[in-house]
Design a protein around this ligand. Structure first.
Ligand code: 5GP
Ligand code: ZN
Length: 136
């Protein structure tokens, strides 16, 4: 895709600090560094979000993510680690080329994902599950 920053990074047309590469994926340092060691793992083909992944690419990107996560863990010894991936503006996606964030985490590091639980009754869970199972 001509106007995609991550396609340009993958093609080597704009600079990036590369971590790991295989046939299907490229991992590089996130320019924003929420915490030191924050890495992005992107798929090489221009796929906008999770819904465009085939099974091979899906497997490859998570395999690479786990490998990078282990390395970040070994390098920075964080207290925790968030693996984060956004699809669509409502979910916070800002670069529309599929990537997974590997973010080393520390107590009170300021990265707050609010989690507004609703705790609905069991019947609601069943109702939601029926819809999802029908779409599988
Ligand atoms: P999203 O919100 O789409 O999940 O995350 C996009 C991420 O890409 C952000 O964390 C941002 O810092 C990072 N980013 C945006 N443009 C560039 C760039 O040109 N180079 C690098 N290395 N990271 C970028
Ligand atoms: Zn792209």
């Amino acid at each position: 895709m001509t106007n995609c920053a991550f396609c340009k990074i993958i093609a080597g047309q704009i600079p990036s600090t590369r971590i790991y590469e295989d046939e299907q994926t490229l991992a590089f340092m996130d320019i924003g560094q929420v915490n030191p060691g924050h890495v992005l793992v992107a798929v090489k083909p221009h796929v906008e979000n999770v819904f465009g992944l085939d099974d091979t690419l899906a497997g490859a990107v998570f395999r690479a993510t786990v490998r990078v996560a282990r390395a970040v863990h070994a390098a920075f010894a964080p207290q925790g680690m968030s693996i984060y991936q956004a699809n669509g503006p409502a979910a916070g996606q800002t670069v529309f080329h599929l990537h997974i964030h590997v973010v080393p985490r520390w107590d009170a590091d300021g990265m707050n994902l609010t989690w507004p639980v609703k705790n609905p009754p069991r019947e609601k869970l069943e109702e939601y599950a029926v819809k999802i199972r029908a779409a599988l």
